[in-house]
Structures are given as structure tokens and as C-alpha cells.
Design a protein around this ligand. Sequence first.
Ligand SMILES: [Zn+2]
Length: 396
Amino acid sequence: MALAAGPEKQTGKLVVRNVGLMLSGALENPVLDADTVVAEQGRITAVGRAKDCDTDGATVVIDAQGCALSPGLIDSHVHPVFGDWTPRQGQIGWIDSFLNGGVTTMISAGEVHLPGRPRDIVGVKALAITAQRAYANFRPGGVKVLAGAPVIEQGMVESDFAELAAAGVTLLGEVGLGTVKAGEEAQKMVAWARKHGIQSTIHTGGPSVPGSGYIDADTVLAADADIIGHINGGHTALPLSQIRCLCEGCGRAIEIVHNGNELAGLSALRFARDMDQLDRVILGTDSPAGSGVQPLGILRMVALLSSLGELPAELAFCLATGNTARQRKLDCGLIEVGRSADFVFMDRAQHSAGTDLLDSVRKGDLPGVGMVVIDGIVRCHRSRNSPPAERIPAIV
Ligand SMILES: [Zn+2]
């Protein structure tokens, strides 16, 4: 059963030493020449070689035992409802299970699975504000769930977006899941949202469940949302020619999800790489969904894109961390001073054919998760969900 936590503050000083592979989350420099990280008040205060870091006065010391350390994984596309419960598959504890898959931050693409979800404008706004507040106050397993993502409905005017923004709402749920489906109408609302500091995502492809819509490339381009949500469909993808148009026809973020079409996802990766725009690619699961919830979904995406997509594993991890943080302007996702101290420790899974962590991922195996830290606080030890890691960190 999930341990609930509010946004607790780290006290004292965390020192992580003996990191065997420091993954930065940054495409331009994915592996750091470092074996030590220090965090205070939930923030990274030093990264480097042990001799160059001030490690005195530590209250918690983690010996990584040679494991890899990556920024905590970010799931760019989830559909939470309340707490750690999802009505989609009647599950409790799903977010805590994602923590065991290395996920430290989740971003709501709309609380659309709420039974009886309101569609009238005042109800839409009330739900968004309630969800934003509830997840700001309650972190299942310690996971940061950025929620309160209203699905736009016909009749909304600019003052509705101003009101949402003033109330603390920073996200729009998937455009297209409500009554607004036409490109021009969506574009007007997306622009109002952007003007008031609210980031937007659009549903791409065929309907996900009965009641949702079909959104083609022309509509996505016309709406001009910040994130091309599940460019590989959720689950039904657009033709590859349209996916190429989306990659080439705008500069918006390209989101590839687990609950989508894998061939389309691999193709989107290839289109982005061909344009040398890998920085636009971000990863999500689109969980919970008809295919269930996938606690290891982000790790599975990393392994899929690295193995079948032939992307070096150290770059694949960036798509799930630094890329998402930069596209979504989050303070986590990178191992650098000042960022949130959100870490996942991983090693090659026992008996993987790969010679080390990166080689095992490149060969399509999932890593073993040995520990997860959020805001400088240890949230879980050896994962109950990933295959067992060869080595795991120890608190000294
Ligand atoms: Zn969708």
C-alpha cells in the first residue's frame, strides 16, 4: 500500500558517493565526469569528483556501490484522478508503483477518468483547481504529481484562463478530449492559455476510448499546442506521413508514449533525429489506460528507443529526464547545482546479456532500480517492480 507524503522538506545534508556512472539528463553532455552528488534543502549543491566536493557534515550518506545515478524519471503524460487511486482499471497504489519504476515526477494530461467528470465551464475550472491543490498537498510515495489540467470546452473565454492561472493552474489537459476539436477554435484557447502562463498538450491520432476524438496532423498544427501529445497515438496512430509533417512542420515538443503505437514512436524518434532535433522528444506512458498502468513504462520506452531505435542509452535517458524538464520548464530532470535532488539509482539487471547498464539497455533489457530519492529524501530501496539490479546502493 502506498505511503502518502506531503511535500516534506529535506533537513541536513545528503552525500551520495561511489557513483559508477553519472547520467546528467542533458543531451549535450549525457555522462558527467563525477562520482559524488551533494544535496541540501532538497536541491543539488555540488556534483563532481569526491575530492572536489564538500562532503563534511553529512546527515545521510549513500554509498552507490558503483551503480549508475540518473535524474529521476519524468512521465510527461498521465491521467491521475485523486490520490493514489485510478478508476480506469480500479487500481490503488499505481503511482507508488511508478516510483518503483524510477519515476519521480508525473504530469497530468487531464483528470479525464473522474467518474462523472463535469463538462460545464464552472465545473471544469473547479475540478482543475481542486486537482492542482490536492496533488500539491499529497504526494503518493513522494512522487510529484503536477495535476489540475482542465480539458477545454466550447464557450470558454479568455477570462476563464486568466482565472485558472490566478488560481495556480499551469497546465491544459489534452485538447480534443472535450468539445473543442476544431483547429481554429482550439488555437484561440491555446493562445489564451499560453498568454496566461498555462502550458498545453493536444491529443494526436485516433480516439483513445469511446467518446474521445480523432485529431489529425492539420488540426494539431492549427491548434499549435506546446506539446504534441502522444504523437504515436494513444493508442491509434496517424499515418507515418502525417507524423513526419508534425515533426517537420512545427517546433513543438514531440511526446512519445508507452500506450501508443510502437512503430509510430520509433518513426517519430527517427524524424526528430534526422532533423537534429532530439531535444524536442519527451516520453510519457499515457497511464492509466485501456492497456492498464505501466510502473516500468518509462524504463520500457528508454529500452525500446535505445534498442530498436538504435539510440545510445545515455541519450535515451535524457528523453525521459532533461528533455522533459526543459520543454516543460521544471526544476528537476538534470544533475546540476540548483536542481531538485531527484535521483534514481540503477544497475544492470542480474543475468542481462549486456556488459554494463548502458549496454544492457541498448540490448533491450530493463535496468534494475536500486533506490529512488526525491527532494533529497530516500523514497524507496530495491525496486519491487524492476528486475533485480546486480548492485544496489547502501545507506552508510
Ligand atoms: Zn490522448
